[in-house]
Design a protein around this ligand. Structure first.
Ligand code: NFS
Length: 655
C-alpha cells in the first residue's frame, strides 16, 4: 500500500511510529489491511432477511436500459432505491437511538437529582432550568426550584414514550419550519416511537417507497436533533452548568510523565463529573502520592472530553482516532469508557502496556476490560474506586518505556448559544443582532457548522482543517463540535489570535472586536442541538429570512464515520440546512436516491445533502450555497460599510 499520510497531526504520527516499533496494531493499520466492501459502502446490499443478502450495485456503465434496471432487484423485488433508502434510514434510527438513550440516562439522573435521591449531583444552573421549564409548559410562579426541576425531569422523560402530538422542543424552531414539518407529516411525536416505527418500516416487506422512507427517516432524525440530543444538552447544562468561555489544552502532550494519567473516554458526562470532584479529594491525592505519583492527571477523549473541557477546563488527550494512541504512549494508568465510539481494540492495545481499560456502563462491556459499573446512587464511591484502580496501577509503569509527544495547544472553548448571544450583545442587550448585522453588511459572508468524526479511511484531521481554514479565509464563521472541534483545537484555530492569522478581513475584524475565535467550539455531538438553537436565534433576530433554510449557512461532516453522524446530517437537512458529507456515502449505488437526496429534498424541505470527499470542492459547494442564499436575500450587492450610531440601532431594533 502506498505511504499515504495518515494524519496531519504530528503527535499522532509520532505515536504511529511507536506503535510500529512496539508491534501494536491500530485502526490505521487495519484500515490499510482490509478494504471496505464496495457494495456495502454504496448502500447496495440488503441483509434484512435470509433470502439475501441481496446485492444490487450501481451499474458499471452509465446508461442502463429499463430491462437491465428491472433485473437489478433483490429476491423480494426490492429496487436499488428501496434498499438504499432502507439502509440509510436504519442508520438514522441507530444514530437517533444512541443520542436518545444517552439523553434518557441524563433525564433519569436529572429526575433523581431533583428529588434529592442522587448524592453528588445538584441543580447548578437555575436560570437555564427556568428557561427550559417555560418551553416544557412547566409553571414557574413562586414554586420551589426542586418542584420545578422534578416536573421538568418528568416531562423530559415522558418525551421518550410519548405516543401522540409533538415533542415539546419542536416549538422552539422557527414557525415556518414547524409549518413545513406539519405539512410533510414529519413532526416528531415520541422519540422511541419514531425509532421503532423506522425499524418496522424497514423490515422485509413493509415500506417500499424510497421517498416515503426518507421522510420517515427525517421525522426520526428530528426526534434526535430537537428531541434526544436537545434534552441531553439542556439537562446537562442545568445539572453541570451552561458552558461559558474557558481556556483548555489539547493533544497527547497533556499526559504527564510523573502523574497518574486517567483518560475519560466516551460520551456521557455523568461519571466524569464525579471523577473531576473525587480526583481533588485530599484522601485520593495522598493515595496517589503514596504510590510515588506527583498527583492525578485527568484527561478527556472523544465527546466526553468535550463535556468536561467546556465545564471544567479538563485537558483533552485527543479525538476518535487517537484513542489507541493514548494507550500507546505507555503513560496511561486507566482508560475509563462508557458508551459510543470506543474501539474494541482498546482491550488488545492495553494488553501490550500496563493500562487498565475500565468499562462503566451496563450497556457497553468489552472482553478483556475490567467492569466497574457506574451506579448513580453510589456514584461518588464508584468514582473513588476507579481512581484507586488507576493509582494502584501507577507503580506498574515503572521501568517501562514511555513516550509522551510534546504537542499540546491552547484553546478557548465553551460557546453555548446563550454565551454567543451574551458575547455579541453584551450583558444588558444580549442578542444575535451584531451577528445578523455583520452578515447583512457582508463582513461575515455566512455561517457554517462543521462537525463529526474522524475516519481511518481518510487522512486524520486533514479534511476538517482544510475545509475550516478555507471557510474562515472566506469570511464564514464556523460553529463546531465533536472530533471536528478537537481537530481545530490541535491546529490552533480555537484561539482569538487565529482571527488575524487565518481569516478574511471582514471576519477578522468582527472576531477581533468581540474577542472571539473565528471557530466556535460548541461542545460534544449531542450539542449539535446548540447549532440548531443558534441558527434559530439568528432567524428570530430578523433580517435574514424567516426560516433556517433562508440563512446563508451550510453544514458539513467531512470525516464522518458513525451512524450518529448520519442522524445528525439528516436532522440538519430536515431543519433546512445544506449539508455536505465526505469520506464515502451510503446511497451512491442508487441513482434515484442520489437525485432525491442531493436535489429533490431542497424543494420539499429547504435543506438537502451533498456528497463530496474532496474537502476543497466540498467547501466550494458550501460557499456557493451561502452565496445563493445571500443573493436570495438581496445581500449580494456590495454595500457601503456603515458604522451604526445609537439612533440607527434603535431604529433597527424597532423593525
Ligand atoms: Ni460525534 Fe463521531 Fe464519536 Fe463524538 Fe467523535 S467520532 S458522530 S464527534 S467522539 S460522537
Amino acid at each position: 500500500m502506498s505511504e499515504a499520510i495518515k494524519s496531519v497531526d504530528p503527535a499522532t504520527l509520532k505515536m504511529l511510529e511507536k506503535a510500529k516499533a512496539d508491534k501494536v496494531s491500530t485502526a490505521f493499520d487495519r484500515a490499510e489491511e482490509m478494504k471496505p466492501c464496495p457494495i456495502g459502502a454504496e448502500g447496495s446490499c440488503c441483509k434484512n432477511c435470509s433470502m439475501g443478502p441481496c446485492r444490487v450495485p450501481a451499474p458499471k456503465k452509465k446508461a442502463e436500459t429499463e430491462a437491465e434496471k428491472a433485473k437489478r432487484r433483490g429476491v423480494c423485488g426490492a429496487t436499488a432505491e428501496t434498499i438504499s433508502a432502507r439502509n440509510f434510514v436504519r442508520m438514522v434510527a441507530a444514530g437517533t437511538s444512541a443520542h436518545s438513550d444517552h439523553a434518557r440516562g441524563v433525564a433519569e439522573l436529572f429526575l433523581g437529582t431533583a428529588k434529592g435521591e442522587v448524592p453528588g449531583f445538584s441543580i447548578k444552573d437555575e436560570q437555564k432550568l427556568y428557561q427550559v421549564a417555560l418551553d416544557l409548559d412547566v409553571e414557574i410562579g413562586d414554586r420551589p426550584v426542586k418542584e420545578i426541576a422534578v416536573e421538568v425531569g418528568e416531562k423530559c422523560l415522558a418525551e421518550f414514550g410519548r405516543q401522540h402530538g409533538q415533542l415539546y422542543f419542536v416549538k422552539r424552531a422557527p414557525l415556518k419550519r414547524q409549518e413545513i414539518w406539519r405539512k410533510l407529516g414529519i413532526t416528531p411525536r415520541g422519540i422511541d416511537r419514531e425509532v421503532v416505527e423506522l425499524m418496522h418500516r424497514t423490515h422485509m416487506g413493509v415500506d417500499q417507497e424510497y421517498k416515503d422512507l426518507i421522510l420517515a427517516g427525517a421525522r426520526c432524525s428530528l426526534a434526535d436533533g430537537w428531541g434526544g440530543s436537545m434534552i441531553s444538552t439542556e439537562l446537562q447544562d442545568i445539572l453541570f452548568g451552561n458552558p461559558v468561555p474557558i481556556a483548555g489544552k489539547i493533544n497527547l502532550g497533556v499526559l504527564k510523565e510523573d502523574e497518574v494519567n486517567l483518560v475519560m473516554h466516551g460520551h456521557e458526562p455523568l461519571l466524569p463529573e464525579l471523577l473531576v470532584v473525587a480526583s481533588q479529594d485530599p484522601e485520593i491525592q495522598n493515595y496517589a502520592k503514596s504510590k510515588g505519583a506527583k498527583g492525578i492527571n485527568l484527561a478527556g477523549m472523544c465527546c466526553s472530553a468535550n463535556e468536561v473541557l467546556m465545564r471544567h477546563g479538563i485537558p483533552v488527550a485527543g479525538n476518535f482516532l487517537q484513542q489507541e494512541l493514548a494507550i500507546i504512549t505507555g503513560a496511561v494508568e486507566a482508560m475509563v469508557v462508557d458508551v459510543q465510539c470506543e474501539m474494541q481494540s482498546l482491550a488488545d492495545v492495553a494488553k501490550c502496556y500496563h493500562t487498565k481499560v475500565i468499562t462503566t456502563n451496563p450497556r457497553a462491556k468489552m472482553e478483556g476490560a475490567t467492569h466497574i459499573e457506574f451506579e448513580e446512587h453510589h456514584g461518588q464511591e464508584v468514582a473513588k474506586k476507579i481512581l484507586r484502580e488507576a493509582i494502584d496501577n501507577f507503580p506498574k509503569r515503572k521501568g517501562k518505556p514511555v513516550l509522551i509527544p510534546s504537542e499540546t495547544h491552547e484553546m478557548i472553548v465553551g460557546f453555548s448559544h446563550e454565551t454567543i448571544n451574551y458575547l455579541l450583545g453584551g450583558l444588558f442587550r444580549s442578542s444575535y443582532r451584531p451577528l445578523n448585522d455583520n452578515i447583512i453588511n457582508g463582513r461575515i459572508r455566512g455561517i457554517a457548522g462543521v462537525v463529526g468524526c474522524n475516519n481511518a479511511r481518510t487522512c486524520h484531521d486533514s479534511a476538517h482543517l482544510t475545509m475550516i481554514k478555507e471557510l474562515i479565509k472566506n469570511d464564514v464563521i464556523v460553529l463546531t463540535t465533536g472530533c471536528a472541534a478537537m481537530a481545530c483545537g490541535k491546529a490552533g484555530l480555537l484561539t482569538p489570535e487565529a482571527a488575524s492569522k487565518y481569516c478574511g478581513a471582514g471576519l477578522a475584524e468582527v472576531c477581533e472586536t468581540v474577542g472571539i475565535p473565528p471557530v466556535l467550539h460548541m461542545g460534544s455531538c449531542v450539542d449539535n442541538s446548540r447549532i440548531l438553537m443558534a441558527a434559530t436565534a439568528v432567524v428570530k433576530d430578523g433580517g435574514l429570512g424567516d426560516d433556517i433554510s433562508d440563512l446563508p449557512a451550510a453544514g458539513a461532516a467531512p470525516e464522518w464515520m458513525s451512524e450518529k453522524a448520519i442522524a445528525i446530517g439528516q436532522y440538519f437537512v430536515a431543519s433546512g440546512v445544506f449539508t455536505v458529507f465526505g469520506t464515502t456515502f451510503p446511497i451512491t449505488g442508487s441513482e434515484e436516491m442520489c437525485k432525491l437526496m442531493y436535489d429533490g429534498l431542497e424543494e420539499i424541505m429547504g435543506g438537502k445533502w451533498a456528497f463530496e470527499p474532496d474537502p476543497e470542492k466540498a467547501t466550494k459547494l458550501m460557499l456557493e450555497h451561502i452565496d445563493k442564499k445571500r443573493k436570495a436575500l438581496g445581500l449580494d450587492k456590495k454595500k457601503d460599510r456603515v458604522l451604526y450610531d445609537m439612533a440607527m440601532r434603535r431604529e433597527l431594533d424597532a423593525v
